[in-house]
Design a protein around this ligand. Structure first.
Ligand SMILES: [Zn+2]
Length: 271
């Protein structure tokens, strides 16, 4: 599943190819995505200039003259920038053709992705309005985390994966951040001290930052914005390393299941 670092990588990857370009045509080949693509969307988008591309949580926002195109990659979606003459393949669901002779192509085998247009302030859209702070923004700091965890009995790993607390901390990044912060994933969220909150905020920012620098981490084949493999798996300390020695202390990494997701941790480095 594309995680925040992959979406950020795609955002940065397509930005130079789309910014300032005119949309000559938006061809929707398969409107049955997670939500049906509005049949009027193609006519709405055609002829508009793309002013920029932004990311909010795992949504990509293409800023046009009269609103935004909102793209979500779902479970298996990818966007690539290709010459307009490139033959379509199975699961290519829409093409955003530009006056440069290139297009942005969306491929999504599982069709949990989405494409819609927003005419008002995107921050007020129902999908975006209630989203928590971005983990890489300054607003996500130890004060914020400490206040957000107050009184919560839920395990800290579950808490940081909750997009109403902070967006974009997926399963891999939650395990890795907790390892770096030295915090056991099963601890009650409310048990974290001030020092723990400082460490965890720092760790989340570092893990996501490293992943963005590495071009995104994902378990599936992932194709970057320009068609080259954008997948350079960063050095993982605990994720999927059950039974292997901890890179820091040599203790064997443990695995447990929390809310149907595997969690990995070191009993010696994490308390
Ligand atoms: Zn260890």
């Amino acid at each position: 599943m594309p995680e925040l670092p992959e979406v950020e990588t795609i955002c940065r990857g397509i930005a130079p190819h789309v910014t300032g370009r005119l949309i000559t045509r938006l061809s929707v080949h398969e409107p049955r995505l997670r939500w049906s693509v509005d049949p009027k969307l193609s006519a709405w988008a055609q002829g508009q200039q793309i002013r920029g591309v932004h990311r909010r949580a795992k949504y990509l926002l293409l800023e046009l003259e009269r609103g935004h195109l909102l793209v979500h990659l779902g479970m298996s979606g990818s966007l690539r920038v290709l010459p307009a003459s490139t033959a379509r393949e199975t699961h290519d669901h829409f093409d955003l053709e530009m006056d440069s002779g290139w297009l942005v192509r969306f491929n999504d085998p599982r069709r949990f992705g989405s494409l819609m247009h927003l005419t008002g302030d995107p921050a007020e859209h129902p999908l975006l309005r209630k989203l928590a702070p971005e983990p890489l923004d300054q607003a996500f700091d130890a004060d914020y985390l400490q206040a957000a965890l107050r009184g919560r009995k839920v395990a800290i790993k579950i808490a940081i994966m909750n997009s109403q607390l902070v967006v974009g901390v997926g399963n891999i990044y939650a395990s890795e951040s907790l390892f770096r912060a030295g915090i056991r994933p099963g601890r009650a969220a409310r048990s974290l001290t001030r020092v723990d909150c400082v460490s965890l905020v720092k760790a989340i920012k570092a893990v996501l930052g490293d992943a963005i620098r590495a071009g995104g981490t994902t378990l599936r084949d992932y194709v970057g914005a320009t068609g080259e493999p954008g997948y350079f798996r960063q050095k993982l300390y605990v994720y999927e390393r059950a039974g292997e020695p901890c890179r820091r202390c040599g203790t064997l990494i443990k695995q447990r299941v929390q809310r149907q997701r595997s969690t990995y941790f070191c009993t010696d480095c994490q308390h």
